[in-house]
Design a binder for this molecule. Structure first.
Ligand code: FAD
Ligand code: SIN
Length: 532
């Protein structure tokens, strides 16, 4: 019989979720739910690698400095130092699990590569499929652990808290969750002493993104509805180099190509990044994406190009086997010709505010990985710091969960399944979803203005009423859950962007083109928006 009651319920099977599960499983009963298959996550698609100052020529202070520089004055100092200091341990943990990182030519040490914003070669990788290699090892361990139950095709709908149940507790406390079992279309009630949101980012709120379909900001929206504070949602990272393809604009061309010498060029072959930053092609991502956007708009281009063809064909095929093959499948031989690229939404720097242990402001509710805002990324994440963040906070959260002895036996209510489906309405959900992603791309993209932001907010308010009606009247479906969450996240991004009256890192406003003297986080609290 399926069990719906765990010591720890983990929502999400990316690196954050799986690493947390493995660090707890010897002592706790763990349930992992994921929207589709265990393998579907941004983590699986990570290419570049894991940042770690492990070379003798690379002091940890240099990793800290680069992270803070990229973060444009908003990184939390203590958290940044904490994470950078834990990076070697994080890598060791993966290697002990058997992850076979690419070695240098001599075969004795790890091969370290570079990405934008890094002053040193410090990114450990497994060729250009780092995420897949890591996830495969973790999944193998997860599936063989007797204390871990894996529930695929289970979509978390909402968190159940003491406040929602009107149970009198000293502080709002998480008690369980409603989860849609997509195999039988029933919403089931799960009870748990601790819940870990590890649901990843929200880049699917944009029309063009490098992210897989699961990145719809569900954890951020669920956390917000449950009462979590959310921070820095305006800082959406656009990756500068996504393969330009009319039919499928979602394949990432890793920044490590530039780390290994590739150049960004215009159709004429002329380079341009040196005009924007002394670090040229290896400037942090916010600067490179804004430069590409500017060049494309100014010259009326549909894309720019990334050229690595000066490197030997052998090197390219060995170092970037997956990218080489994916491009060749589309008729582009990267050993001979430049790759057409455009920026696309890639990473959600903001999220649910957490402390050093991954705790949210709701008791027994944790948030780890891209869903969280720990303070590490500030206004712009340094490349390859995300997998590192998942690893570091999975350890601190696991330690915190192990040290708390909260248990409860509240009978949580069943989901109200009295609503009926109207098949005709499914198409409306898809239309609304497309509309939302398109206007977020057009109005809340790399360059923002007050006018565009208020237009976006106006549309969000209209769609919210429509989607609210769907939600009240129709039987819940995965599309409806995601649309409702995307709309919530879009609102948080727009509200945060409107609050920031300056340009900093990933938030560039034509109306406030300069950074303010003092850098401040944008913190939104659900109680301030209850009646909006
Ligand atoms: P994810 O890996 O995205 O996992 C989220 C999980 O939550 C999924 O299992 C999903 O199914 C599940 N989920 C979501 N909502 C629900 C719900 N409602 N109910 C149930 N389950 C749910 N970072 C680096 O540091 N280095 C890199 O080289 C790198 N390369 C990248 C390349 C690509 C193409 C992309 C997209 C990102 C890359 N990043 C990289 C960023 C990094 O991969 C992610 O930030 C990180 O993997 C996020 O991990 P996560 O565990 O938080 O979330
Ligand atoms: C990349 O390989 O370019 C992505 C790395 C990251 O997002 O950290």
């Amino acid at each position: 019989m399926k069990k719906n009651n765990f010591d720890v319920l983990i929502i999400g099977s990316g690196l954050a979720g799986l690493a947390t599960a493995l660090k707890l499983a010897d002592d706790k009963s763990i349930g992992i739910v994921c929207k589709t298959q265990l393998t579907e996550s941004s983590s699986h698609w990570a290419q570049g690698g894991v940042a770690a100052a492990i070379s003798s020529e690379d002091p940890i202070s240099s990793h800290i400095k680069d992270t803070k520089n990229a973060g444009a004055g908003l990184c939390d100092e203590a958290i940044t130092e904490f994470v950078a200091n834990k990076s070697e341990k994080a890598l060791d943990w993966l290697m002990n699990l058997g992850v076979n990182f690419t070695k240098n030519k001599q075969g004795n040490d790890l091969h370290l590569t570079r990405e934008g914003g890094h002053s040193q070669m410090r990114v450990a990788h497994v060729a250009d499929t780092t995420g897949k290699a890591i996830q495969e090892h973790l999944i193998q361990k997860i599936l063989s652990h007797p204390n871990i139950s894996v529930l695929e095709h289970h979509i978390a709908v909402d968190i159940i808290t003491s406040e929602k149940m009107k149970i009198d507790m000293e502080k709002n406390t998480c008690l369980g969750a409603y989860i849609l079992n997509n195999k039988n279309n029933h919403v089931e009630t799960f009870t748990s002493n601790n819940i870990v949101l590890a649901t990843g980012g929200a880049s699917k709120v944009y029309l063009y993104t490098t992210n897989p379909d699961v990145s719809t900001g569900d954890g951020i929206a669920m956390g917000w509805r449950a009462g979590c504070k959310v921070a820095n949602m305006e800082f959406v990272q656009f990756h500068p180099t996504c393969l330009f393809d009319e039919k499928d604009r979602s394949f990432l061309i890793s920044e490590t190509l530039r780390g290994e010498g590739a150049k960004l060029v215009l159709p004429s072959g002329e380079t341009f990044m040196e005009k924007y930053d002394d670090r040229g092609d290896l400037a942090p991502r916010d600067i490179v994406a804004q430069a590409i956007d500017y060049e494309m708009k100014q010259k009326g281009l549909v894309c720019v190009y990334l050229d690595i063809s000066e490197k030997s064909s052998d090197f390219i095929r060995k170092r970037f086997p997956m990218i080489y093959k994916r491009c060749l499948d589309r008729g582009i031989d990267i050993t001979k010709e430049p790759i057409p690229v455009v920026p696309a939404a890639h990473y959600t720097c903001g999220g649910i505010m957490t402390d050093r242990e991954g705790k949210t402001n709701i008791n027994q509710l944790y948030a780890i990985g891209e869903v969280a805002c720990t303070g590490l990324h500030g206004a712009n994440r340094l490349a390859s710091n995300s997998l590192l963040e998942c690893l570091v906070f999975s350890s601190t959260a696991a330690a915190s969960i192990l040290s708390n002895d909260f248990t409860h036996e509240y009978q949580l209510p069943k989901w109200d399944e009295s609503r009926v489906t109207d098949a005709d309405e499914e198409v409306l959900i898809t239309h609304t979803w497309n509309e939302l992603r398109r206007f977020m791309w057009n109005y809340v993209g790399i360059v923002r203005t007050n006018k565009r932001l208020s237009r976006a907010l106006h549309r969000i308010n209209m769609l919210r009423d429509e989607v609210g009606e769907f939600y009240k009247n129709f039987k819940i479906s995965s599309n409806l859950i995601e649309l409702r969450n995307l709309l919530q996240v879009a609102e948080l991004i727009v509200l945060s962007s409107i609050e920031r009256k300056e340009s900093r890192g990933l938030h560039y406003s034509k109306d406030f083109p300069k950074p303010a003297k003092i850098a401040k986080n944008t913190i939104l609290k659900p109680e301030d928006y209850k009646n909006s």
